[in-house]
Every structure is written in C-alpha cells, then in structure tokens.
Design a protein around this ligand. Structure first.
Ligand code: ADP
Ligand code: ZN
Length: 724
C-alpha cells in the first residue's frame, strides 16, 4: 500500500505530498513517522492508494505512531486543505491547527501509573525474615489492597519489585487523566427557561438557516440558552463546540459547565498545562467528551457528528487569528456547521456591524432578547463632563458624580467596578525641559511607567528598563508622568478611601494559570469592594453585588485611526455597563468623557444598538468601508531593513500590476510605513488596499507568498483588527 504523507515541516519548499510505502493497517488521518532525508519526521497520512507514480524501490516506508486512533478525522483533513488553499500556507501549518502543540513535539504522553496487587496471602509466601521491605510491602498490600507502586517504593524501597519477581504480586497500569479544574467548584443550577429563552431555543431549532444570531442585551440569559442547546445535542448523542473569547476570564461559566456536563465537557484553553491539554484533546477525539469549550482554537476540536456550534460574544476581536494562517473563526465555524448540517449560533449584546447587516438582510436568522432576566432594568448611565470638572478645578481622575456614587456604594456595602483600558501607572515619561519621550530600544513605542515594579516597560515586547532619574538627552531632572493607568487609579483610590479593599485586574496582575481566577473569586466572594481593571473586566462576568460601574475614560478608544473604533467603543461601553445591576439592586454607570456630545456615547448611554447600527452603517456605506468593502493590509517585516525593503519592492511591483489590471476592483491602493515602524527589533512596512471585489484576493496571497523569505515575513491581513 502507498500512503500520501504530509511531512510536518512548515516551509513552502517541502509543502507537497510525498508517497511512502505503508502497512495495510495504516488509515487516513493517522500520524506516522516518516524517513525524510537523513531524519525521521512526524507526518500525516492524507490518502491511501494502491500504487505510486514513483518506482516502488525508491519509496521509503513510514512507521506507525502509537496513537490508538488516527489523530485527524476526515472532516479535519478536508478543512486543513481548504485553509491551506484559502490563506496560502503550507499544509503542515494548517494541520497543526488541529492538534495540541504538545502532540507534535511528542514531549507529553499519557499519564500512566503502576499499581501493585498481591496474588496470594502473605502466609503462603516464602520470604526471608530479613527481607524487611518485601515483608513491609506485602503486609501493606494485604491490608490495603491495590496500591500505587510509587507510594510503596517510598515506604519500602525495592519491596514490590522483589515480590513481583517471586510471583507473589503483580503490577497493573492505569491511565490517569489530569483534571485541569479540580479547584473550580461545581455550581449546579439548572433553571427553568423563561418564555423568551424558550422562544429563542425553539426558533434556533426550527429555523432553516444555518446561522442564528442571538442579539440579547447583557443579562438577558443567553448562557442558559446555549447550555440548553448543548444539553439537547448531548441527549441525541451529538457533540457541540462552544466558543468564548477567553475562558479563563470567566470562571463562573466554567463551573456552570462542569456542574452541568461533568466529564462530557472538555475545556481547551491557554491556561492549561501541556499534559492537561493533551488529555482533554484525546477525550474529545475518542468521543469520551462530546462538548469542546474554549477560545478561538477550540473551533478545531476533533469532534464528529456536531449538533451545534456556538460563538459567544461574536463581536470580540479575539476571534481573528493574529498569526499565520490568519483565519477568521466565523469562516471555519460556518464550514464545519455546513458540513455537519448543524446550526451556528452567534450571540452578543452588541453584534458586529458586519454580522448584524447579514441578519437584517435575512441571510442570518435574527433572534432578539431585549429584556433582562426578571425584567430587571438596565443600569442608568450618567455622563460626567470632564471638561467642566477641569474648569471647576478638579484635576483628579474621578468626577464629583463618580465620587458621590462610590461613597454611596461603599456605605451600602455594595461593590463597584472601575474600568480604564490602560495598564501601568502612567503611560509615558516626558522630559519637561527638552520634550524627550522615553522609548523602547527594540520598538518604536513609548515606555509605560510601572510603579509597583519600579521600572519602565514596553507593552509591545515586554522589555523592562530602569527608571530614569534624569533625561538622557539634556540631563534635565524635571520628568513628568503623563497619562493615567490602572496602577495609578488604584493608588489614588486607596488614598481617597483608605478603608476600601481594592483589587486590580490587568495583564500585570493576572499572570499564571489561575491569575484571573483568583482575582475574580476574591471579588465574587465579596472580599473586596472595588475592582479596577482593563477590558478584561468587561467580558461576561456576572457579579450580583455590583451596583456601580465607573468608566474613567470613555473617549480613549474613539481616537484610534481605525474604521472600527466607533464600533469598538460602543461595544466596550455597553459590555462594561452591563456588569452592574444584575441582581435585585438596580445599577448605575458613571461615564467620564471630554466629549459628551459624541454620538457614539449618546447611543451607548441610551442602550440604542439599532440607532448606533443605522448611523454606523450609513457612515460606512458613504465611506465605502467594510462591510461595503474589504480592507487588506500586506505587512512586510524583518530585522534586516534592507531585506525588508527588497521584499517590499517585490511585493509592491506584483501588487501594483494587479491593481493596474483590475482598477475596478480596487477602491484604494497605497504603500507606506506601518504606524509603528519597529516592533521587537523588526522593521515594518505596509501596503494598504481596499477592495470592492474580493475576487483578486487569491492573487494577492499568491504574490505575497512569492516574496516571503526566511528573514522577511510577508503577511496578508483581511480587515485587520489591529492596524498598528
Ligand atoms: P447574558 O449572557 O445574556 O449576559 P446571563 O446568561 O449571564 O446573561 O444571565 C444573566 C443572569 O440571569 C444570570 O445571573 C443567570 O444566572 C440568570 N438567569 C438566566 N436564565 C435564568 C432563568 N431562566 N431563570 C432565572 N435566572 C436566570
Ligand atoms: Zn519594546
């Protein structure tokens, strides 16, 4: 038999199928070890055939792997091929998406433990009196039954081995699953669906369209709808995929899932150890677990017979991949849903403009939930005009209105969340004498002052620098710290309210596997009064005791030069506001801004998604921005500036020709420096395009694939979420 094999090297030169001889029992989708040059590399069997065009005697033979099942099912293989073709990446790279990294490197194995059991009573054993360890182990086993060898060896070194040799005991092996969430307490609550929730479930099941958009305000009970859909699939023996922006951010969701589905759920996310991810993945592959829960990459879960795919917070930018292949999770989800004949459910309180447009046009089904559970009111949002505060001499980070509400909240023993999307203590260090701004040596960005670690940090590469005592340019000592970050807010708050217990949640406080979990747990248990945080506090949390949300700088994300900045701001404000007033007590939101007339803020404070959408979509239409066009950025980057420029020239020549031949399909075409000229010592250049017709996309990918070298990265980004 001949196996067509993809060898696991991610380079375009080896990106083809190689024929190998193989044994009869090798099946499509299995991992093999393939002799390649003078090495043996991992590979995948893509197809099996009777004969090869190559002479038999020239073919080498692949060796099987130890997997009990082929690692990839036919659906995954087909998807990998589609991804390679669509995004022009080597097949090995697409195949890797479907496996946990630790499986490729082969460093992690199943956890197997040895257990000893006696084969006869000690009275029948012929042991020397002096063999203390053998006697000890035997006696222990007689009394306690089957015991782990490692434990016995600790107490009676060598004892078990000697007993086995004499035929008095035997050793058995047992596979052990590592349980990633032992510490997350199960929280069992099955609820009776409200009429609105039931109606949503019925519609999703009955409607013929594949994509179902669940547009429900924050607190409308979307999670319960997802769980019901998953449970129904499980009853029918079908599997489900449930995507959330970042699972480790929402321990409540996690414990709910564990309680409801137990071992049927496998949770895949970045916080797991390699061994845990390996075990969870295999539980899905063998069908022991039928529900895959995780962030973006869980869309590649090795499940068969899918009954539903759910994408929660579908507008979240984490659903587009930031490295090659830069796939869009929605596209993959749609392919899988169609192939399995199942529904793709998108949920959000603030759907992306692109998604909502399709729902309005009838391509997607649209289900609305415009009331919170139990008709609880959405929190009132009041605008605090920071210009007026400054005029009145208030230069602090907190408006009078916010301070009043905070005091009330503390007095009533409730909890508050304060949101500022900027970490560190202050954003920049500036010399008052000469205007020098401290910058990272490897990146073209200014450094952020971190007071707790007493250093300056680059938020792009993580490099730390010593504090400056004087300006390195002019020697001046008048350094100012501009732009407030979360550390400073925490410090200022503590000064204002010395007795308040304040927690902070941002990238600096959430390192480690359970970093998020610990902070959120402390807050949920009411061991803190105020939680200060970046956008990670905006997502999905359900804290019943929170009655106040303060948005410290609502304008921040408005000023990015990105066509999506208004949309992003609206989404963020709505999500943050949605964190309060979720239980009996009504909530209040104080939104601080220097631009109180701004229409985006107006729509957000009125919870007017429709109004925002209508306004936004007409702006986008007038400007021919997405979804009325597609923005494509080609980013050329590398450490050697000259080589970058050479590659840039190559790409530009190719693309310009494409542009000249297809001017009707282009709305915009230009070459320029990327806004951040250097990140992590890599120079960056970009070519920006806006397409009215995407039929030229494959050509763009092809041209860029040509110019890629080992030193220079040429990436194509479609509607990029980050244009820096
Ligand atoms: P969303 O995801 O839409 O923001 P959640 O799913 O978090 O909303 O639900 C909001 C709150 O309502 C949660 O505290 C949840 O436990 C509660 N809830 C949801 N469905 C029901 C129900 N059918 N009966 C009672 N409470 C419910
Ligand atoms: Zn840097």
């Amino acid at each position: 038999m001949i196996a067509e094999v993809i060898v696991d090297i991610a380079s375009s030169e080896t990106d083809r199928i190689f024929d190998y001889l193989c044994d009869e029992d090798i099946v499509v989708g299995s991992r093999v070890r393939a002799p390649f040059g003078n090495r043996t590399l991992p590979g995948f069997v893509m197809r099996i055939k009777e004969s090869s065009d190559y002479p038999q005697e020239k073919l080498k033979k692949v060796l099987p792997s130890e997997d009990e099942l082929p690692a990839l099912n036919p659906e995954c293989l087909a998807l990998a091929e589609k991804i390679s073709a669509r995004y022009r990446v080597p097949k090995a790279l697409s195949l890797r998406l479907f496996l946990p990294a630790e499986m490729r490197t082969g460093k992690v194995r199943e956890l197997v433990k040895n257990y000893a059991t006696l084969l006869m009573p000690t009275s029948e054993m012929k042991l020397l009196k002096t063999a203390k360890n053998q006697w000890g182990a035997a006696a222990y086993l007689e009394e306690n039954g089957k015991t782990e060898c490692a434990y016995l060896n600790n107490l009676f070194p060598g004892g078990v081995a000697a007993l086995v040799k004499k035929g008095y005991a035997k050793i058995t092996q047992e596979k052990l699953l590592r349980d990633p969430y032992k510490s997350v307490l199960a929280n069992k609550q099955t609820r009776i669906l409200t009429a609105d929730q039931q109606r949503a479930v019925d519609t999703i099941e009955r409607d013929k369209r594949t994509v179902q958009l669940l547009h429900g305000v924050t607190g409308s009970g979307k999670t319960e709808i997802y769980l019901t859909l998953i449970a129904k699939c499980l009853e029918k023996g079908k599997s489900s995929i449930f995507l959330v922006p970042e699972i480790s951010l929402t321990p409540q969701m996690l414990s709910q899932l564990r309680a409801r589905f137990g071992k049927n759920a496998a949770i895949l996310h970045s916080g797991l150890s390699a061994g845990e991810r390996f075990d969870e993945w295999w539980r899905l592959r063998t069908g022991e677990a039928k529900i895959a829960i995780g962030a973006r990459s869980a869309i590649f879960a090795p499940l068969e017979n899918l009954g539903v795919i759910i994408v929660d917070e579908e507008h979240d930018s984490s659903y587009s991949s930031e490295s090659a292949p830069r796939y869009n999770t929605f596209d993959i989800a749609l392919l899988r849903a169609k192939r399995n004949g199942c529904k793709l459910v998108l949920g959000s309180a603030t759907p992306s403009v692109e998604t909502y447009k399709k729902a309005q046009e009838g391509e997607f089904s649209l289900i609305r939930l415009d009331k919170r559970i139990n008709r609880r009111p959405l929190p009132e949002i009041v605008i605090a005009d920071m210009r007026r505060e400054v005029r009145r001499g208030n230069n602090s980070s907190f408006s009078v209105a916010l301070k009043e509400e905070l005091e009330k909240c503390l007095l009533e023993d409730k909890q508050a969340i304060l949101f500022l999307n900027r970490r560190g203590y202050s954003q920049t260090v500036i010399c008052k004498e000469c205007g020098y701004v401290a910058k990272c040596e490897a990146c073209d960005v200014s450094l952020t002052y971190h007071r707790e670690e007493s250093c300056l940090k680059c938020h792009y590469c993580g490099q730390k620098y010593n504090m400056l005592s004087a300006c390195p340019e002019c020697g001046g000592v008048k350094l100012t710290y501009a732009g407030t970050g979360t550390q400073r807010i925490q410090a200022e708050l503590q000064k204002l309210y010395p007795h308040a217990r304040i927690l902070r949640m941002d990238n600096d406080t959430t390192t480690g596997k359970e970093g998020h979990y610990k902070i959120l747990k402390t807050f949920a248990e009411k061991q803190a009064d105020i939680l200060v945080g970046t956008q990670m506090i905006a997502k999905g949390h359900d804290f019943p005791e929170v009655t106040l949300v303060g948005i410290l700088d609502a304008d921040m994300s408005l000023h990015f030069s990105d066509y999506r900045s208004r949309e992003r701001t609206f989404q963020l404000l709505t999500q943050v506001a949605g964190r309060c007033g979720r239980a009996e007590e009504p909530g209040k939101v104080v939104l601080q801004t220097f631009d109180p007339e701004n229409e985006v803020l107006r729509f957000a404070t009125a919870y007017d998604y429709e109004g925002f959408y209508d306004n936004e979509v007409s702006l986008r239409a007038a400007m021919a921005f997405p979804p009325f066009s597609k923005i494509v950025r080609v980013l050329v980057s590398g450490e050697d500036d000259k080589k970058c420029l050479e590659a840039l020239r190559g790409v530009y020549v190719g693309l310009e020709q494409l542009y000249l031949d297809n001017q009707d399909k282009f709305l915009f075409f230009n070459k320029m420096r990327a806004p951040i000229k250097r990140i992590q010592n890599k120079f960056r250049y970009q070519i920006l395009m806006r397409l009215s017709d995407t039929s030229v996309l494959p050509n763009i990918y092809a041209i860029c694939a040509e110019e890629k070298t080992g030193d220079v990265l040429v990436s194509v980004e479609e509607n990029p979420t980050n244009l820096s």
